[in-house]
Design a protein around this ligand. Structure first.
Ligand code: DAH
Length: 321
């Protein structure tokens, strides 16, 4: 098997069209909204996935690569979501002959089928190298840039977990990069998510902690289970407000992030209702403040909460209750 080239120093700032259009993602797809993607300017974004580099790397002649990097998304705030995380994108291209060589003299359909079988073999090999001799299953999926599209799941710690998305690179995309007579497969996976499952790391913020109790456990590239140490106390604060018609939850989460940074563990909607008379909608969010590496004082959390309240009014125009 051709070795995969490791590529990990591409800039995370990419043109919109690389992140979406060239991947056949419609320009009005939800993931393109400013509530979901970080915009640098109207034509430039922080890459929301490493798939953003597929086209340029194929055009530049790379035929088997693993492209790793930081990716950025606005999202909910909880133990598994953080606005920056890491993905690895893999692409393998088969030349017209290579594809035919998998099944000599085969039709195009048979060649594609052979490539899919090769893709499955490669990826099953990869997850078994990471997770051991696990049971795997393939699930049909949809991604705009692959056809067919699949997801790979593994049975690990008594549950089925989705570990990656993949598929044969879409014909239109192959044509656009001048590889119309080739076949190729692509896959993408989230590194923190896999590491959290593999090492039983309970909170994604730990990857950003410099607490020696965390770092020392992995300093030797140790392939072991995370040994939890006592966590610091949580401090819950509620905020309740009347929404505006334009209200979008991710804007509120972004605002909480701006104010509290890594000191927020999760934000949950604990109550919502519509006023029976004037029809206005009300949300109550519970913010769980907790530091990964020290005890927060009540006074300091009050200051954060006050700032969240002030900015919610000022920037989102909501009416506090
Ligand atoms: N870009 C997808 C995501 O961020 C992951 C992915 C799915 C990448 C399928 C691929 C693929 O290359 O073929 O969720």
């Amino acid at each position: 098997m051709a070795p995969f080239e490791a590529i990990d120093s591409l800039s995370p700032i990419v043109p919109f069209k690389q992140a979406f259009t060239e991947l056949l993602i419609p320009e009005d797809h939800v993931s393109t909204r400013p509530q979901d993607t970080f915009y640098v300017d109207s034509n430039t974004v922080l890459r929301p996935h490493t798939s953003a580099h597929q086209n340029e790397l194929m055009r530049a002649g790379h035929r088997a690569f693993l492209c790793t990097g930081d990716v950025y998304r606005r999202d909910t705030i909880d133990a598994t979501h953080y606005p920056v995380f890491h993905q690895m994108e893999g692409v393998k291209i088969y030349g017209p002959d290579a594809a035919a060589a998998l099944v000599p003299g085969a039709s195009r359909e048979a060649a594609v089928e052979a490539c899919v079988a090769d893709l499955k073999g490669d990826l099953e090999g990869m997850v078994r190298a990471i997770f051991g001799d696990v049971e795997v299953r393939w699930v049909e999926a949809y991604f705009p840039f692959t056809d067919p599209s699949l997801e790979l799941e593994i049975y690990f710690n008594h549950e089925w977990l989705e570990v990656l998305g993949c598929g044969m690179v879409h014909r239109d995309l192959m044509n656009n990069v001048g590889l119309g007579d080739h076949h190729g497969y692509a896959f993408g996976l989230g590194l923190e998510r896999l590491a959290m499952v593999l090492f039983q790391i309970p909170d994604i913020r730990l990857f950003w902690s410099d607490d020696p109790r965390f770092i020392s456990q992995f300093s030797g590239g140790a392939n072991s289970r995370f040994k939890p140490y006592s966590s610091f106390p949580a401090c819950y604060k509620d905020i309740t407000f009347w929404l505006t018609p334009e209200f979008h939850e991710n804007d509120f989460f972004a605002l909480v992030r701006t104010v509290a940074g890594d000191l927020v563990e999760d934000v949950t909607l604990v109550d919502e209702f519509v006023h029976p008379k004037h029809g206005k909608q009300s949300h109550c969010y519970r913010i769980n403040y907790r530091s990964m590496d020290r005890s927060l004082t009540n006074a300091e959390v009050d200051v954060l909460q006050e700032e969240v309240r002030r900015l919610a009014t000022e920037r989102l125009g909501v009416e506090l209750r």
